[in-house]
Write a protein that binds this ligand. Structure first.
Ligand SMILES: [Mg+2]
Length: 261
């Protein structure tokens, strides 16, 4: 665990009523061998290969553009939205059903929890600490994952892309698209922000550099940013953006022990 000395005076956190947690989902709550939530249906045997081909074409076109260093942020936001809308359009075009979401989610090999993350969520629940899960992924799979592990507690709010179904067939999202560039506190519904306003310490957990933007540090008394390294982003790179950085093989037990001992 790499620890920036500037957070050492914030730790251990004794007043649990002053805290809430904001976490990314894909590869932060799941491990980095897991399928990303947008890949769950593609990884299953329930969708046609023509869907997979079109999805891949979208990826090949948009990925380099959305994450390009050379375009301005306004262009990237517009491209991210366009990509998401086109991918959602494929779900509608191929009439993907709620049943295949359910079947794909049953395969526990697709999405595996990081070590001790289930216990971490239980700890938050037992101590009435709100957990906001922000994800540009597919919220339906986040819900099913939490249900699979019996940890969809009432202190958890999921802010993600929730597919809506009519007669069992996907017809679009229930909410406005949540993507890489708008998964932040501005997307938290008012009834939830009211519950967070009297809490001054935010623990942010992510695996990607962009995840640090989930919380605007200037608006909070203290924000502790925890990054988990994956084969895609090294500990050294993450340490330029996060206060505490974990190796892949370190676990949420290390986070709990360090923050709350
Ligand atoms: Mg992630």
């Amino acid at each position: 665990m790499l620890i920036n000395p500037k957070v050492k005076n914030l730790i251990p956190i004794n007043n649990l009523e002053d805290v809430y947690v904001v976490a990314d989902f894909d590869w932060t709550i799941t491990d980095s061998n897991s399928e990303l939530s947008w890949e769950m249906l593609g990884a299953s045997k329930y969708v046609p290969s023509s869907y997979k081909k079109e999805k891949q074409e979208l990826f090949d076109y948009y990925y380099p553009r959305v994450f390009s260093d050379s375009s301005d942020s306004k262009t990237k936001v517009a491209l991210a939205r366009e990509w998401y809308e086109k991918h959602i359009g494929l779900y509608i075009k191929y009439k993907l059903s709620e049943d295949i979401f359910t079947e794909a989610a049953k395969n526990k090999e697709f999405m595996r929890p990081r070590t001790y993350v289930i216990e971490f969520m239980k700890f938050l629940h037992e101590n009435n600490i709100p957990l906001i899960i922000f994800s540009g992924g597919v919220g339906n799979f986040i819900e099913k994952f939490l249900e699979n592990y019996n940890c969809y507690y009432d202190n958890i709010t999921i802010i993600s892309n929730m597919f809506e179904f009519k007669d069992g067939i996907a017809i679009g999202l229930k909410n406005d698209v949540i993507h890489t560039y708008n998964k932040n506190e501005s997307s938290i519904p008012k009834n939830i922000t009211d519950r967070l306003n009297n809490r001054n310490t935010v623990i942010l957990i992510g695996d990607h550099i962009g995840d640090v933007a989930m919380v605007d540090s200037s608006k909070h008394k203290s924000v502790i940013k925890i990054g988990i390294s994956t084969p895609e982003i090294s500990k050294e790179v993450l340490s330029n953006h996060y206060d505490i950085v974990l190796d892949e093989n370190e676990s949420y037990k290390d986070i709990l022990n360090y923050l709350f001992k």
